[in-house]
Write a protein that binds this ligand. Sequence first.
Ligand code: ZN
Length: 460
Amino acid sequence: MNHVYESLPIFAQNLACTWAGYVRARDRFSRHFYRTLREWQASEMSPLENLLTYQRRRLDAMVAHARETVPRYRDLRPPSQNQDARRAIQETLASIPVLDKATYRDHFEEFLSTKIPVGQIRQSQTSGTTGTALPLAYTPAAIAEEYATVWRMRARCGIGLRDRHLTFGGQMIVPFSQSEPPFWRQNVYGSQTLFSVHHMTPRNLQLYVDEIFKQKATYIMSYPSSLHLVARAMLEEGRVLPEGRLKAIFTSSESLLAFQRESIEEAFSTRIWDRYGTSEFAVSMTACAEGLLHVDMEYCVVEVEVEEETNEYERGPLLVTGLSNDATPFLRYRIGDIGTRLKGACRCGRPGDVYLDVDGRNEDYVVTPDGRLIGRLDHIFKEQVEILEAQILQDSPESIEIVFVASDAFSQDSEKSLLREVRKRVGDQMHIDLKPVRSIPRERNGKFRAVKSRVGRLTT
Ligand SMILES: [Zn+2]
């Protein structure tokens, strides 16, 4: 959030949110989006053979494109000629080296396609779950196709593009210093009310609940951790949303934990449909009625580096291959999350690869001195390209320590900008220590945790 937005009166902030909503919609809901959605809605329940043939064709095209236009992939072998689609996909992938985040970070220019017209390239960054900022380039087609996977799932729940909805996301849409309601803003164009996830004190949560009861929304989009706080407040007060008010709740960006699902579904009297996706445009999994995550096979290929295996499932780090983003093909990219793939077919009847869960997306909260629980602080590191990796440690509500690995480009300015971003989210009352280190230790299970808080761990 910039200073101009912060100083605007609320009605003007609503206008700004509406404008941003219009710009987002223009990008997402292109003609290519509608065409892809129709096509993929038709392929979703088609026989597995057809799905694999389609996936193979897309993979072959992506590999050919990478060989011709991506410097890093000039020497890739041509795709397998095997008659069998599944075998061909396996053989083609086996000939491609695994890509880890460090390699991409250190050489990202070499992963850019040289054949995409400049006007077609969009830039962004991702923080991922490790706190590492990575520059990203993508095409309008990639974003349209990603939204085709999102809307295919929503359409299954009977949701239309124009339906009124509520969102709880990481954007700073309400200035931190604001202490009186409303803690939400309106995107009139997109029929959306955006709730701040940065103002959820016990007192304010009552106001959130009042507003949710007032709103005539069809569905909610949220981080699981944010909506869980609201759900807990509702359940504590005994105020459960009547059945039939909402058609669905969609969660993403964090692992959906079992206790979160339980209280959210109870408080809102509707089902959660989870989705796993990342900013790299290289993977998408969408929930089915059985609560499992199906790979959107038209959009990506997902492999597991198996570390644990039983008759029913295999589990390990995920390697993802995106089939939609011509600007930066990610091939066999070790995304940093761990998945559990079911070996058999899903009972819901949708064919293709299906996962019991994907881990690595959940973190602790930071607790502020006035009792707010702040999640998804890895957003801070999105803009901080001079920081290679960062972790937030908290022992008491009065202070946090940010442990980070700096790149050579790290300067006093980077430090100032980092502090500014942290202050925006945690306010001025908190003591912040910055501690540069050479490396950040992993947990015993090998996972990295971006936030470790002794006071902000939810166990209920
Ligand atoms: Zn299923």
